[in-house]
Design a protein around this ligand. Structure first.
Ligand code: BG6
Length: 484
């Protein structure tokens, strides 16, 4: 099976922060891949806009470097790269001043989709949005794309929403959570809502609990300043983990349409119980093998920011009351792996005797690496000599299941940027959703700030602090082992 490429309309895509890290790591490589796959229309134009005093030649060299670094060899092709560069130009522009705006106003074309990607700090959102309007660069159909962090708390998120709302309608605003663009995350909805098999069991009567793990091997890297102000709760739980939880917990939307999906997610967020202090464990990685500890990395010996968090979350509605969600995420863990495990209840009675204690069925949705779905079922161990049960996986790796011609699974940004051009907001967060998530997160963070709580140290290369294991053990449950 080969992935189908559905053409999009001609567009002008302006990337503010066009020489920045995100643009180089994610946005240009994603656009290049879409070009390589044949999806980019002939007259698509990409304009990198930033303050740097560079010309188009230097900008093109930057794009070549970014492709060389972030695109796998099979997809790098000299002709394709040059063809892609023909779509890309650079504009020197001052977000806060007047420089470059007239040129931009002259560059955008009537009659094509206009999209403005604000790949800049949120401080600049207001000024950029205002100038896009004053110079009549944005029209009523233009789209504006913003990245996380969308606020630092409820108050700042509300202020950002209000600023954007002064210049754009909600249907024009695309708030990116790149987890929603991951193939497997979208597959979660396909698995749940395109199969009859799971829905009757998808509730607290049959599900014992759900585990969501997003483990990374990297530390805070070059983002120490941002990260130390954010921590795992703001950086990962408020957005990515929350979105995963919503997709697992939500009711079937009436259609796969933006507001239908987002209404259902919002209901889940509103049904979250406040989290009890004993249901949260925070951690900070220690030093190991010449690599610095968290406080070394952020150069702040007093830092009380968490690089790991585990929490038990209850969704108070008819479907989920009684089946908790355990979430954990951390840096410098053993493996880079993200998965959702739906752990079903034990069968009510074992007809096979005590020696054959049955393990529960577990449905594992692997986000990365090796995207796929795995269902653990119990069968009879082959051979004579009575009934002995074994647990086996029904394992489906998407790559294997879809065949070798299916090609690489696209990066989240490829899907999301093309959705912006198509005008499809289904995989983007609505303003009220983001605010509801902060409204739930804020009191949790405020409480540990108030008591000056210190995260527990944990050894890099493991599965987080001991206490995180206890969070499960005391409920008679266990985390699945973190391994790729
Ligand atoms: C980002 C966080 O949003 O997601 C990072 O800011 C994190 O801290 C990253 O590393 C994880 O994304 P992925 O796609 O690598 O799982």
């Amino acid at each position: 099976m080969v992935f189908r490429v559905i053409p999009v309309d001609p567009f002008d895509l302006v990337i503010f922060g066009g020489t920045g890290d995100l643009a180089q790591r994610k946005i240009y490589p994603a656009l290049y891949r879409r070009y390589h796959s044949g999806q980019m229309p002939e007259d698509a134009r990409i304009i990198g806009a930033a303050r740097s005093e560079i010309g188009t030649a230097e900008f093109h060299q930057m794009l070549r470097d970014s492709i060389a670094t972030y695109i796998e060899e099979e997809t790098r092709d000299a002709d394709a790269i040059e063809g892609f560069l023909n779509h890309c130009s650079y504009l020197r522009l001052d977000a806060r001043g007047e420089d470059g705006w007239r040129e931009l106003a002259e560059a955008v074309r009537p009659g094509v989709v206009r999209a403005f990607y604000l790949s800049v700090g949120p401080r600049l959102f207001g000024e950029l949005a205002e100038r896009l309007n004053i110079w009549e660069i944005a029209d009523a159909d233009s789209r504006i794309v913003v990245e996380k962090p969308f606020g630092h708390d409820l108050e700042t998120a509300r202020a950002l929403n209000a600023t954007l709302a002064q210049h754009f309608h909600e249907h024009q605003i695309y708030r990116i959570d790149h987890y929603l663009g991951k193939e497997t995350v979208q597959n979660l909805m396909a698995v749940r809502f395109a199969n009859m098999l799971f829905e009757p069991l998808w509730n607290a009567r049959n599900v014992d609990h759900i585990q969501i793990t997003v483990a990374e091997t990297v530390g805070v890297g070059g983002r120490a300043e941002y990260y130390d102000r954010a921590g795992a709760m703001r950086d990962m739980v408020q957005n990515h983990m929350m979105q995963l939880l919503c997709l697992i917990a939500m009711e079937p939307p009436y259609a796969f349409e933006p507001d239908a999906v987002r209404d259902e997610k919002l209901k889940v967020i509103r049904a979250l119980d406040p989290v009890l202090p004993e249901d949260i464990v925070r951690g900070q990685y220690e030093a190991e093998d010449g690599q610095g500890s968290y406080v070394d990395d952020v150069e702040n010996p007093e830092s009380r920011t968490e690089s790991f968090v585990a929490l038990k979350v209850s969704v108070s509605n008819w479907r989920w009351k009684g089946a908790p969600f355990y979430l954990r995420t951390g840096k410098r863990m053993r493996e880079r792996t993200s998965e959702i495990a739906v752990v079903f209840k034990d069968p009510p009675h074992s007809i096979f005797g005590e020696e054959n204690a049955q393990k529960p069925n577990v449905l594992v949705i692997r986000l990365q690496p090796n995207e796929g779905i795995n269902l653990r079922v119990t069968i009879k161990e082959p051979g004579p000599g009575g009934m002995r049960l074994v647990e086996v996986p029904l394992d489906m790796s998407f790559k294997e299941a879809l065949g070798p011609d299916a090609g690489e699974i696209p990066d989240a940004y490829e899907r999301l940027i093309m959705d912006v051009i198509r005008g499809n907001q289904t995989l983007f967060m609505r303003g009220d959703e983001v605010e509801a998530a902060w409204a739930w997160i804020d009191p949790i963070i405020a409480r540990w700030d108030n008591v000056r709580d210190r995260p527990r140290p944990y050894q890099p290369g493991g599965s987080g602090p001991e206490d995180a294991l206890m969070l499960m053990h005391r409920d008679g449950r266990r985390w699945r082992e973190v391994k790729a």
